[in-house]
Design a binder for this molecule. Structure first.
Ligand SMILES: *Cc1c(COP(=O)(O)O)cnc(C)c1O
Length: 409
């Protein structure tokens, strides 16, 4: 008798997922569980955009979505460098993409993780924000002479939707000492920062680059790398950012005016912007109570940010013929027996949506897929490749047919 591979604790065999022309086909099959849709062409397009237009090196921040299929798509489309933050991410990318260059950009690491990354996986680039971490790196690599050390500066998150300002980064009055010490230990010295995720204006980078300038001038050190981190936005309902080209121009201009040598390199660590459009989910409405829809995925599934950060994702009712009823704002309850499994939205859907209807929730490729759990026995276990356009795209002017059902940005 055949046993399901999962029952043996093994990964499912790596057969390529089935593919469909569009999300509506999934609804027609009436799946009982949520279905994850992936759009390889959307991730490939985002990768090529960064490779061609960012005026430096783009490395992918793996935590945004560590799917091996996605990593492979990004690599095949020119992303050769990967920002990893844990030893599990180091091992995953080393195994999946043997030709990739890994940069260990978490400023607080286990000493054992640093040693394994350096000696087993060839990692040479590490970030840090304290003397303690510098000592750890020097010890764990046995005083290696080929390190690129990036000092993380604390910068403001005021222009971003998700702050990364309080946890990491050396304070302005301590940067001088740390830059000087890192310079002694490093073959190449870098300065990095993170303006926070979903930065809504290029000014965030201009202001952070001003901090970089001050730090370089005060420490009077030679800097070989300036790494502007992540934070590049995607488009969500109510959050339409300026074109990414404007971010790139602002960063380029600021980089060119820094007191650094002509051979210094510019790096970025986009996470969200490279993968948000890669995936979405199709969920079923199991119950309607007024303006509340009980759906079969939620806060413990792909919708963590919708529940805990109040993020609004684009939604579309997958029904044929299309509903002609006017849109109405709904909130969602997820499937678990837990009150906090609630997504306030509002999510704009035709007012006649009801039990048994299928809804596509878009732009879940970044952080949505990565943060799923199987709590309470719920979640998506089927993944299908979709060939249609993502619900919203920063990289394409082609509008999806379901546009009338998509929340207007
Ligand atoms: C999370 C993270 C990123 C990616 O951020 P996005 O906002 O998804 O672009 C990049 N670098 C570091 C150090 C991070 O922690």
């Amino acid at each position: 008798m055949h046993q399901h591979p999962r029952a043996l604790g093994l990964a499912a065999p790596s057969t390529a997922p089935a593919s469909v022309a569009g999300a509506i086909e999934i609804a027609q099959r009436q799946p009982v569980q949520p279905v994850t849709l992936v759009r390889p062409h959307a991730a490939a397009r985002a990768a090529r955009f960064f490779v061609e237009k960012f005026p430096g090196r783009s490395m992918y921040a793996v935590k945004a979505n560590p799917s091996p299929e996605l990593l492979t798509i990004l690599f095949e489309n020119g992303i050769t460098h990967y920002d990893v933050a844990s030893i599990a991410e180091v091992r995953l990318v080393a195994r999946t993409l043997p030709g990739a260059t890994l940069c260990f950009m978490h400023p607080v690491k286990a000493e054992e993780a640093i040693a394994e990354a350096y000696f087993t996986h060839g990692v040479r680039t590490f970030s840090l924000d304290s003397m303690e971490e510098l000592e750890k790196i020097v010890r764990a690599t046995r005083h290696a002479s080929d390190l690129t050390l990036c000092v993380r500066l604390r910068v403001s998150s005021e222009h971003s939707k998700l702050s990364l300002a309080s946890k990491f980064g050396v304070a302005p009055n301590e940067a001088k000492e740390l830059l000087f010490a890192a310079r002694q230990a490093a073959d190449a010295l870098g300065i990095c920062f993170h303006v926070g995720s979903q930065a809504m204006t290029p000014d965030a980078y201009a202001e952070a680059m001003e901090r970089v300038r001050q730090a370089i001038v005060e420490a009077a050190v030679t800097v070989d790398v300036v790494d502007v981190g992540g934070g590049f936005p995607s488009a969500y309902p109510g959050m339409t950012p300026p074109p990414l080209e404007r971010y790139f121009e602002t960063i380029h201009r600021a980089f060119e005016s820094l007191p650094i040598s002509y051979s210094a390199e510019l790096w970025a660590e986009p996470g969200r912007a490279l993968c948000a459009e890669y995936s979405s989910i199709v969920v079923r409405v199991e119950k309607r109570r007024g303006s509340e829809l009980y759906i079969n995925d939620g806060a413990y599934g792909a919708l963590f940010d919708a529940a805990h950060v109040g993020w609004r994702f684009p939604v579309a009712l997958l029904r044929e013929p299309e509903s002609t009823v006017r849109d109405h704002g709904f909130s969602f309850y997820g499937p678990t027996c837990d009150d906090i499994d609630h997504m306030a939205g509002p999510f704009e859907l035709p007012a006649d949506v009801g039990t048994g209807d299928y809804i596509e929730i878009g732009m879940l490729g970044a952080y949505g897929s990565a943060m799923r759990t199987a709590f309470n026995g719920f979640g998506s276990d089927e993944t299908v490749i979709a060939e249609d356009e993502p619900m919203v795209s920063l990289y394409s002017t082609v509008e999806r047919e379901v546009a009338s059902n998509v929340v207007k940005l």
